[in-house]
Write a new protein. Structure first.
Length: 208
């Protein structure tokens, strides 16, 4: 919730002088509700449909925006689930890398995926093992989300988890079993059920 204060100039007829306009200043106070953004990170190759698609459905039903890296795998699967929800309020936002070879206005093959509705193009080509670099869009992904959900993935996903800690963004791992938690930072929240993920997200996105 963001508050605002503004002053408006209002033209009124001056009751003391016929035909004369008087300028009055009116102060208006109010607030704007900002729709929360849930970032989902994970493998760009394996989709983990059983985790990603139901998660996308749940995020959409809460009225949140969904933010992904705009590619395949988990990113496409969660976007697919999100997009199946009728009359949803949020959008699928995809933050894209630029092409490594060629003009930076281009994107790699497969970007954006089919489900992205709001495309954010960047000039940042690096990912994967270089996901912590200043030339990686991972910084934008993490900073633009109110809360992050990390599904199984590789070096790129691990770098986003590390950046979430650096930028003080709440982040939870959503995995199929505890064996996938071996490389996660100590103390990071881990969920193996959608209910646990939902509880974490709702707690961290509660109104200020």
């Amino acid at each position: 919730m963001s508050s605002f204060l503004c002053q408006v100039l209002v033209l009124n007829l001056d009751p003391t002088v016929t035909g004369l306009l008087r300028i009055d200043v009116t102060t208006i106070e109010g607030s704007i509700w900002r729709r929360r953004v849930v970032g989902v990170m994970g493998s760009g190759r394996s989709s983990y449909d059983g985790l990603a698609e139901p998660l996308g459905v749940w995020i959409a039903r809460q009225g949140f925006h969904l933010l992904t890296g705009g590619g395949g795998g988990v990113m496409a699967a969660v976007g697919k689930g999100f997009s199946t929800v009728a009359n949803r309020k949020g959008l699928v936002v995809g933050v894209l890398p630029c092409a490594v070879d060629g003009p930076r206005s281009g994107t790699p093959l497969g970007y954006p995926d089919t489900w992205v509705e709001l495309v954010i193009r960047t000039h940042l080509p690096l990912s994967g093992v270089q996901g912590l670099s200043a030339l990686s869009r991972n910084h934008i992904n993490v900073l633009s989300a109110d809360v992050l959900i990390a599904l199984p993935g590789g070096f790129g996903t691990m770098s986003e988890i590390e950046l979430a800690s650096k930028y003080d963004r709440p982040c939870i791992a959503f995995i199929q079993d505890k064996h996938q938690a071996v490389n996660l930072p100590e103390g990071m929240p881990v969920a193996t059920s959608l209910n646990d993920v939902a509880a974490f997200v709702l707690q961290t996105t509660s109104p200020d």
